[in-house]
Design a protein around this ligand. Structure first.
Ligand SMILES: Nc1nc2c(c(=O)[nH]1)N[C@H]1C(S)=C(S)[C@@H](COP(=O)(O)O)O[C@H]1N2
Ligand SMILES: [Mo]
Length: 316
């Protein structure tokens, strides 16, 4: 089997260039990162600016202060464009998110190819403010725009034999130059159990902050599973496949002892190299104290029952 070079930073590596640059941008705009914290209304009033600004608010949102847009679009993991947090914002302009189709197939009675223009019709869309908690120890609160994943999945009529859903990112080293290096097995693949995929919290995002998705956030279509670590939220999806077997997911293949298939946010199960008990909320400034991480990222009431009877220390 091929060996991959692991380049995952430790949880303490939270001060890199991207945070610095995003802070600097905010300061230049006349609003320090500390001001966004002290005055949550600052972040919220910035939420509706783009062509999708009129999309109505959907269910399940949090009312926490939004993470300023500069952090959401300037501090990213998207290894197809480099492994530094500042790389995707600098490099993702080579991605061409239109035209774009998503193939939905596998164990279904009606395989389907969906065009992104159809998914972008405002009547299909809603806004959901969800936290995103990266396994590396930082979190953001993001006003996503998109549609419930189940709305899309139901259209293909899954067969009884379907037990999992697999999601695959575009594989095109010309558009995604990071794919020329063996940092991960390309294309990036993620997966959910069928009941997780059909859960009303699972969301397909096409936009954020009132606008279509910036390339670095996974344009034109990415998954958002708010009770799981960020790496489950696969970006720039071209294929959704219903499967009978558990999918081979990118990080689980690379380092199975560090990244499980389930990857539910769990403050009680440490990563082998760092604690998962607390998190740093981007935008609050480096002096702000870290927040306690919540079981299932705060969505235990909605999703804990999916895992009844499972040992979440073993199935991490
Ligand atoms: N295709 C692809 N999807 C990906 C990743 C990636 O490297 N490639 N990184 C994941 C990780 S580790 C995180 S934390 C989130 C980050 O999403 P954001 O940049 O929108 O905050 O995207 C996830 N989806
Ligand atoms: Mo992550």
């Amino acid at each position: 089997m091929k060996r991959f070079r692991l380049s995952v930073p430790g949880a303490s590596a939270i001060t890199p260039r991207a945070v610095y640059q995003a802070r600097r941008q905010l300061l230049l705009a006349g609003a320090g990162a500390g001001l966004a914290l002290a005055w949550p209304g600052f972040a919220r009033s910035a939420s509706a600016v783009g062509p999708l600004a009129a999309v109505p608010r959907g269910p399940f949102g949090t009312d926490e202060a939004l993470t300023p847009r500069q952090f959401v679009t300037g501090y990213n993991n998207f290894y197809e464009f480099g492994t530094d947090k500042a790389d995707p914002a600098a490099n993702a302009h080579t991605l061409r998110p239109r035209p774009w189709q998503v193939q939905i197939d596998g164990a279904v009675s009606r395989p389907l190819t969906v065009d992104i223009e159809e998914l972008l019709q405002p009547k299909n869309l809603q806004e959901r403010i969800y936290r995103l908690r990266c396994v590396e120890g930082w979190s953001m609160v993001i006003p996503w725009i998109g549609l419930p994943l189940a709305d899309v999945l139901r259209r293909v009529e899954p067969l009884g034999s379907a037990k999992y859903v697999e999601f695959t990112t575009l594989h095109d080293p010309e558009q995604m130059p990071g794919q020329k290096r063996d940092v991960l097995p390309w294309p990036y693949v993620e997966g959910l159990r069928l009941d997780e995929a059909m859960h009303p919290l699972s969301f397909l995002a096409v936009g954020l902050y009132g606008d279509v998705l910036p390339n670095q956030n996974g344009a034109p279509l990415r998954l958002v599973v708010p009770w799981k670590y960020g790496f489950k939220s696969v970006k720039s999806i071209v294929r959704i496949r219903f499967a009978e077997q558990q999918p081979q997911t990118a990080w689980n293949v690379v380092a199975p002892q560090e990244y499980g298939f389930y990857a539910n946010v769990n403050p009680q199960v440490d990563h082998p190299r760092w604690s998962q008990a607390r998190e740093r909320r981007l935008g609050e400034g480096l002096l702000a104290s870290r927040r306690p991480t919540l079981p299932f990222n705060g969505y235990a009431e909605q999703v804990a029952s999916l895992y009844a009877g499972m040992d979440l220390r073993r199935d991490f």
